[in-house]
Design a binder for this molecule. Structure first.
Ligand code: CA
Length: 202
């Protein structure tokens, strides 16, 4: 009824009917597969050649981050697994239920599967999640703030990015963020706000 196969590099997954309540007796499957076989910079020509000649889908993993999560606790569940074998208990990463928005989930393989199951009574809003393929051992590109610039262009564990704003703007938030081992940035990227907004403040 809802078997959905998705490709990278990014996209959105929502429960059926979202943002309206999901149905009873739902059984929905998603499989996300990374498409980018060699996410390496132009400086790494030899690395690129090596990676392409290797198994071409082994480079990237899938990062899943939730925006909204609202399931009937204990009865309606979203199971997230590593790889493409939907329902394989050995590959289950998390069985999610309830109303707390889960933390970011990163697969270890180039595929991730999701299985949404509901029982025969009581429906809630469901969930909305974003997926993105990222280098294994990395956090993904957080982007550059509007009216700003960024130093650093690698997103692997331990890498840092430093942000700066154009002359008429000032930075709000963390100037430097670091990719943590959890594959999450230490902080959200900062924003650049117009300095004139602060005029009149002593
Ligand atoms: Ca239910």
């Amino acid at each position: 009824m809802c078997d959905i196969y998705l490709r990278g590099p990014s996209g959105v997954i929502t429960s059926p009917n979202y943002p309206v309540q999901y149905d009873n007796n739902a059984y929905c499957v998603w499989v996300i597969t990374a498409v980018n076989p060699a996410k390496v910079g132009p400086m790494d020509a030899s690395l690129r050649a090596r990676k392409v000649s290797a198994v071409d889908s082994s480079c990237c993993v899938i990062k899943l981050s939730f925006e909204e999560f609202d399931l009937e606790r204990g009865y309606d569940t979203l199971t997230v697994g590593d790889g493409g074998q939907v329902g394989d208990q050995k590959t289950v990463l998390y069985v999610l239920t309830g109303t707390t928005v889960p933390d970011l989930i990163v697969s270890t393989q180039h595929q991730m599967w999701l299985l949404f199951q509901t029982d025969s009574v009581r429906n809630l809003l469901g969930f909305k999640a974003n997926y993105e393929e990222i280098d294994q051992g990395g956090c993904g590109d957080p982007g550059v703030p509007a009216y700003g610039r960024r130093e650093g262009s690698t997103f692997r564990h331990g890498d840092s990015l430093t942000f700066e704003c154009q002359p008429a703007f000032e930075l709000k938030g963390q100037k430097t963020i670091t990719c943590q081992k959890s594959s999450q940035w230490s902080s959200l990227k900062p924003v650049c706000v117009c300095k004139s907004e602060r005029r009149g403040i002593p």
